[in-house]
Design a protein around this ligand. Structure first.
Ligand SMILES: [Ca+2]
Length: 324
């Protein structure tokens, strides 16, 4: 069974969060983190800042090596240097837009409590390596709802991974929490965490892509390995090391294409379904097709949202990107 679809694509050359593209340059010279930063500031803009998965995918494809490489992220250890962030990049943590329970956050009994749970709508800091249910937010309104309470017991980093893979992210910010109106007497992770890591170029991006966050060691800032690296041979995630070690590194420049206008493309696609029992008009099939198309875009580092739009002609429907 074959069917032709017209796919209407609005494709911006920037993510919807930062609207700014970075060009990444892998430098295959071994330098300390400070030396690498100096080099990048002289020849480019700075060491690589990574604000979201779009950036991360562009960084991965720009590199020529599978080795570790410095990026711009630097830790300033110490409890007092921790800063709260919302997990979803682009949602800013605002001091007077919070709903901490009485006496929280409190680092209970001297433990580091760098992640947050919600109980009866009130928040408490909580050790990130404890397990809890959690709430994912889905900005594509999957199955007609944006909030998804997940009953699996997971650590905060596991919950974040789950939400990013299956939805958009852990629920982030008062607006999302208000729109969900989830009320539970038991703890549920929300997308709030604190750490001591900073982008040295002054970016306040909350995007983190750590290889592991076990035992709080990545977020409590106690480690004296205070400079971050990509670990490109392990799915491109991040690790950290002593800043005085010499490694290759990645610089960035703001892309010339930052000012490029949003582009519109009309693409004709032919879809072939081998299974004759699959009904292309079935809403579930249409939804699954959209998800697969979006995934293909994401794999190319392009963040898009697709929705179907009926055309006057009886057989053709078009997915329309309503947000880039
Ligand atoms: Ca607490």
């Amino acid at each position: 069974m074959q069917r032709k679809l017209f796919v209407f694509i609005l494709m911006g050359q920037c993510s919807f969060i930062t609207c700014q593209l970075h060009d990444y340059y892998f430098i295959k010279e071994n330098k300390t983190w400070d030396e690498a930063q100096t080099y990048c500031r002289e020849k480019y803009t700075d060491l690589a800042t990574v604000s979201n998965m779009t950036d991360m995918k562009r960084l991965i494809v720009s590199t020529q090596s599978q080795d570790e490489a410095w990026i711009d992220l630097h830790s300033y250890p110490g409890k007092d240097n921790r800063t709260w962030y919302w997990s979803l990049p682009g949602v800013e943590y605002i001091e007077n837009k919070t709903n901490w329970a009485m006496g929280q956050p409190d680092d209970n009994q001297g433990h580091f409590e760098n992640c947050a749970v919600m109980t009866n709508k009130e928040w408490s800091d909580f050790p990130c390596n404890y397990t809890s249910k959690f709430i994912c937010y889905n900005e594509t309104n999957q199955a007609n709802k944006t909030c998804h309470v997940i009953d699996y017991l997971m650590t905060w980093p596991q919950a974040q991974n789950y939400c990013r893979e299956n939805h958009t992210d852990l629920i982030s910010g008062l607006d999302q929490l208000h729109s969900c109106a989830v009320q539970s007497a038991s703890n549920m992770w929300i997308g709030l965490f604190r750490d001591t890591w900073r982008w040295s170029d002054g970016s306040n991006s909350s995007f983190r892509y750590w290889e592991s966050l076990s035992n709080n060691d990545m977020v409590d800032g106690e480690s004296d390995k205070t400079c971050a690296t990509t670990v490109l041979n392990r799915a491109g995630r991040w690790s950290f090391d002593y800043c005085s070690n010499k490694k290759p590194f990645i610089c960035y420049d703001v892309s010339d294409r930052v000012a490029a206008p949003v582009k519109q493309h009309l693409v004709e696609m032919t879809l072939r379904v081998d299974d004759p029992t699959v009904d292309m008009k079935d809403p579930a099939v249409a939804e699954a097709l959209l998800k697969q198309l979006e995934q293909k875009f994401r794999e190319k580092g392009v963040s898009v949202k697709l929705s179907w739009r009926k055309l006057p002609e009886k057989q053709n429907t078009c997915p329309e990107i309503d947000k880039v």
